[in-house]
Structures are given as C-alpha cells and as structure tokens.
Design a binder for this molecule. Structure first.
Ligand SMILES: Cc1cc2nc3c(=O)[nH]c(=O)nc-3n(C[C@H](O)[C@H](O)[C@H](O)COP(=O)(O)OP(=O)(O)OC[C@H]3O[C@@H](n4cnc5c(N)ncnc54)[C@H](O)[C@@H]3O)c2cc1C
Length: 196
C-alpha cells in the first residue's frame, strides 16, 4: 500500500502514518489496521492484531464526524485491554490488566470473547455452531502450512514442475495451438488440496 500511495513505510511495508492515522501530506487519506505503522504510548510499535484495527476504525470514524462538526480531535491513542491466547484443546491464558487467568476458565473466556465481538447475531450463531461441531468431532479449526508433503505445488503437480518449457512460459501453450496454460498460481489454486 505504501508503494501504491508513494509514501514512507516501515520494514514490514506498513505505512508510516501521522498521529491521527492520516497519510503524511494527505490529510484526507487514512491508513489503519495491519497496513498502518503506529506506535503505542510507550513509543513501541503497535501489534498487528484485531483490537488495534478496531480501535483505529472507530477513531477515524469519530475523527471524520468531528471534522464535519468543525472540531479537531486529539491524536489516536491505543487502549490495551489485555491479551488472550489458546494453548490447547481446552486451555488458554488471559491477562486483562492486573487480572490473570489460565486453563479452562481462560479458554471459556477466550471463546466467549471471540464470539461476542463478532458483528451480528447470525455470525455469532454460525461461528459458535461451527466451533461446537469442530470441537466434538475433533476437527482442527486452523490448518498450518508447514512445508510437509502435499502442501507445495511440487507435491501436487509433478508433471508441471518437470516440464521446463511450461514452467518458463507460464500462460502460454508450449505447442502454440491449444488454450493458454493457466499460471502456476492458478494451477495451484485449482488442484492443490484444501488449505484453510
Ligand atoms: C492466521 C491469523 C490469526 C490471527 N489471530 C489473531 C488473534 O487471535 N487475535 C487478534 O487480535 N488478531 C489476530 N490476527 C490478526 C488480525 O486478523 C488482524 O490484525 C486484523 O484482521 C487486521 O484488520 P485489518 O482490517 O487491518 O485487515 P483485514 O482484517 O485483513 O482486512 C482487510 C480487508 O481488506 C480486503 N482487501 C485487501 N485488499 C483489497 C483490495 N485491493 N480491495 C478491496 N479490499 C481489499 C481483504 O480481503 C480484507 O477483507 C490473526 C491474523 C492471522 C493471519
């Protein structure tokens, strides 16, 4: 995005925004969430997590309303309400200010919080039902691509990978007669096992 806007970014490519989350030199363009490089009150970079993105969204919405009313709101300030992480099938850790909890109570808190913060009753019901089903059927909610066999194009498309002309001339039919060969990324998307 920084490249697209032709503005400064940090090493991760996140746009270095002003304290009101606008792009330097463009007071009416805002960058928020994972795409923005912002710092907390301690001067450290804010993490790329959902609470940061949500608070920044609220901030910009309020800023626009304030501007429309002829006011200039103060700089964005992130409020850290705590952190939670699951560490097993029914265990988690949570720290909310000075309050710390772990094990099953933390896992229940984590589950409730994630469902609660979804938008709309339908989404909450769908996610809760999915989770309950995955839980009782022992299905994994998230699959990580770790480089194991089956996760790379070489594993699923050995013919393509051993045909240099097709790899080199992606998008072209090597014979020059038939339909265009799909790009490698497209082949991967069409033929690889499901990655979630
Ligand atoms: C696997 C994983 C697990 C995570 N777990 C957690 C967690 O447990 N807790 C937590 O707080 N955070 C977690 N995060 C981080 C969290 O998801 C992000 O910080 C948060 O979603 C950032 O919100 P965002 O609005 O900046 O970006 P996103 O939520 O990524 O939203 C960006 C949206 O823009 C759309 N988009 C992209 N390009 C274009 C375009 N050119 N035109 C139109 N639309 C476009 C995308 O499709 C997407 O919908 C996780 C992230 C990942 C990847």
């Amino acid at each position: 995005m920084a490249e697209w806007l032709a503005v400064d970014s940090d090493r991760a490519g996140r746009v270095n925004v002003q304290t009101n989350l606008s792009v330097p030199g463009h007071p009416n363009i805002f960058v928020i969430g994972d795409a923005a490089a912002t710092t907390g009150p301690d001067g450290k970079p804010l993490p790329g997590v959902a609470p940061v993105a949500k608070q920044q969204g609220w901030y910009v919405a309020n800023l626009l309303m304030a501007r429309a009313a002829g006011k200039t709101p103060p700089a964005f300030r992130y409020r850290d309400f705590g952190s939670m992480a699951t560490i097993g099938r029914k265990r988690a850790v949570a720290q909310l200010g000075a309050f710390k909890v772990s094990g099953l109570p933390a896992w229940l808190l984590w589950s409730l919080a994630h469902v609660y913060f979804l938008i709309g009753f339908r989404n909450r019901l769908a996610v809760a039902t999915n989770w309950a089903w995955n839980y009782v059927t022992f299905q994994r909610g998230t699959r990580l691509i770790t480089g194991i066999s089956g996760s790379r194009i070489e594993d699923v498309m050995p013919v393509v990978m051993t045909a240099p002309s097709m790899v080199a001339d992606v998008g072209k039919d090597p014979s020059g007669r038939g339909a265009p060969i799909p790009l490698r990324a497209e082949l991967h998307r069409q033929q690889s096992p499901q990655h979630a």
